[in-house]
Design a protein around this ligand. Structure first.
Ligand SMILES: Nc1ncnc2c1ncn2[C@@H]1O[C@H](COP(=O)(O)OP(=O)(O)OP(=O)(O)O)[C@@H](O)[C@H]1O
Ligand SMILES: [Mg+2]
Length: 376
C-alpha cells in the first residue's frame, strides 16, 4: 500500500497550524506539524515530505534560516518550500539560492484557493517523482535478477554438458569401429552440437561477467587498444590483407578492461564482415558533436539492412546466416552493456554491401554506473 504524501507545516503560532491543517484537509495528503524551526529540521530528517509550508517570521530561527539549513542536508535538500509571509518586500530573498524552482510563496492572510492549488502542484510533482523512482528501482531489480538467472543457468548447464561431450568422444574414439557409418555420423553430430552449446554457454557467461564487473575508471588510450586488437587479428589470420586506419589520440575515460572487450568485439566484427571485400579497410576514429565526443569503428564490408539496426544489440540477434559468417550473436550485446555502464550510447549505421559504422559515446563527467551485485 502506498502511503499518502506528507506536507510539513511550520509555524510558531498554533492557531495558524490548525487553520492550515483544516484547509489542507481537502487534499489527499497527510499533514505534519512543527512549532519551531528546530522541530521542522528534526522532522525533515525523519520523514519524506512532498513539500513544506514554512512561516517566515518565527522567533529563534526564522523561515529563511530553516530553509537554508534544510538545503544543506542531503536528506532534506530537495523538499520544495512554500514560504508563508506577511512581508511583501522580502520576495527577492525568498528565491535566493533556489535554482530548482522548488520554491514558492504565499502571503498572509492566506487565500484558501491559492494555498490548495500551490500545494496540489507539489503533491503532483512528488507523486510522479515517486512513481518514476519506483519504476527505476523495479527495473534495476529485474535486470539484476535476469543477470543472476543468466549466470546460474549458464553455470548449471555446463554440468550435464561435460559428460555428454566427453562420452560421445570416448565412444567415437574407443568404440567407433563397432558402429557403421551412419552411427558414427550421428555420434559426430551429437559431439559437435555439444561443442556448439558449450560455446553458447561461454558467450552467455561472458555477457553476464560484463554486467557483474566492477568498473574501474581511468584514462584509456582507445587507439592503443585498437592497434593491439588489430595486431592480434592479423597474427591469427596472416593471410588477410586489411588496411587499418586509426585516429590519433583517441583517449577516453573509462574502464580499460571493459573498453578493450568492447573494442575487440567491434573490431572482430569489422574483420569478419570484410572477409569478402577486395580492399578491406577498418577505421577507428572520433568526431565531436557539440560537447560530445563520438567514437566510431567503420568498415567497408558486407554491411546490413539499416532497417534492422535496432535488433543488433540484443543477445543472439544475427542479421547474417551462420553458414555465411560464424558467430553466436552475443558480441554487440556485450559492447552495448559496456557502453551503457559508462553512461554512454551506441548506435549503428550501415547499408547492404556498403559497410557498417558503429558509433558510441563515453561521457567523461559522469561516474561509471555501479553494478548490482548478484549472487550465484
Ligand atoms: N561490422 C559489421 N558489418 C555487418 N554486419 C554486422 C557487423 N557487426 C555486426 N553485424 C551484424 O550484427 C550481428 C550481431 O553481431 P554480434 O557481434 O552480436 O554477433 P556475431 O558477430 O554474429 O557473433 P559473436 O560476436 O557472438 O561471435 C551479426 O551477426 C551481423 O549480422
Ligand atoms: Mg561479433
Amino acid at each position: 500500500m502506498s502511503e499518502r504524501p506528507k506536507i510539513l507545516i511550520v509555524d510558531d503560532i498554533e492557531a495558524n497550524l490548525i487553520a492550515m491543517e483544516a484547509l489542507l484537509g481537502d487534499l489527499d495528503c497527510e499533514t505534519v506539524r512543527a512549532g519551531s524551526g528546530n522541530d521542522a529540521l528534526r522532522l525533515l530528517l525523519r520523514h519524506e515530505f512532498a513539500a513544506m509550508l514554512l512561516d517566515v517570521q518565527m522567533p529563534e530561527m526564522d523561515g529563511f534560516e530553516v530553509a537554508r539549513l534544510a538545503r544543506m542536508n542531503p536528506r532534506s535538500r530537495d523538499v520544495p518550500v512554500i514560504f508563508v509571509t506577511a512581508m511583501l518586500e522580502t520576495e527577492e530573498n525568498l528565491f535566493l539560492g533556489y535554482e530548482s524552482g522548488a520554491v514558492d510563496v504565499l502571503y498572509k492572510p492566506l487565500n484558501a484557493h491559492v494555498l490548495l492549488s500551490k500545494v496540489q502542484v507539489f503533491l503532483e510533482l512528488h507523486r510522479s517523482r515517486r512513481k518514476l523512482a519506483d519504476e527505476i528501482e523495479a527495473h534495476k531489480r529485474t535486470l539484476a535478477d535476469l543477470d543472476a538467472f543468466n549466470y546460474s543457468v549458464s553455470h548449471d548447464l555446463r554440468a550435464p554438458l561435460r559428460p555428454l561431450k566427453a562420452f560421445s568422444e570416448i565412444v567415437l574414439e574407443g568404440h567407433g569401429h563397432k558402429l557403421d557409418d551412419e552411427g558414427r555420423r550421428l555420434l559426430t553430430r551429437i559431439a559437435s552440437a555439444a561443442d556448439r552449446m558449450d560455446r553458447l554457454i561461454d558467450d552467455l557467461l561472458r555477457l553476464s561477467k560484463v554486467s557483474r564487473a566492477r568498473p574501474n575508471a581511468g584514462r584509456v588510450e582507445l587507439s592503443t587498444l585498437a592497434r593491439e586488437v588489430i595486431a592480434e587479428l592479423r597474427s591469427d589470420d596472416p593471410a588477410r590483407v586489411v588496411d587499418f586506419v586509426d585516429g590519433t589520440d583517441l583517449s577516453a575515460h573509462g574502464d580499460a578492461r571493459l573498453l578493450r572487450i568492447a573494442l575487440e568485439n567491434l573490431l572482430r566484427n569489422a574483420w569478419k564482415f570484410t572477409v569478402r571485400s577486395s580492399a578491406a579497410r577498418i577505421e577507428v576514429g572520433s568526431t565531436t558533436e557539440g560537447a560530445e565526443i563520438v567514437y566510431f569503428v567503420r568498415d567497408n564490408g558486407v554491411g546490413f539492412d539499416p532497417g534492422l539496426r535496432d535488433k543488433l544489440f540484443r543477445p543472439f540477434q544475427r542479421l547474417h546466416a551462420s553458414s555465411d559468417f560464424e558467430g553466436t550473436g552475443i558480441g554487440l550485446a556485450i559492447v552495448e552493456r559496456v557502453v551503457r555502464h559508462h553512461g554512454g550510447r551506441i548506435w549503428a549505421d550501415a547499408a547492404t554491401d556498403r559497410g557498417a559504422t558503429f558509433f558510441f559515446t563515453l561521457p567523461t563527467a559522469r561516474p561509471l554506473g555501479s553494478v548490482a551485485p548478484t549472487s550465484t
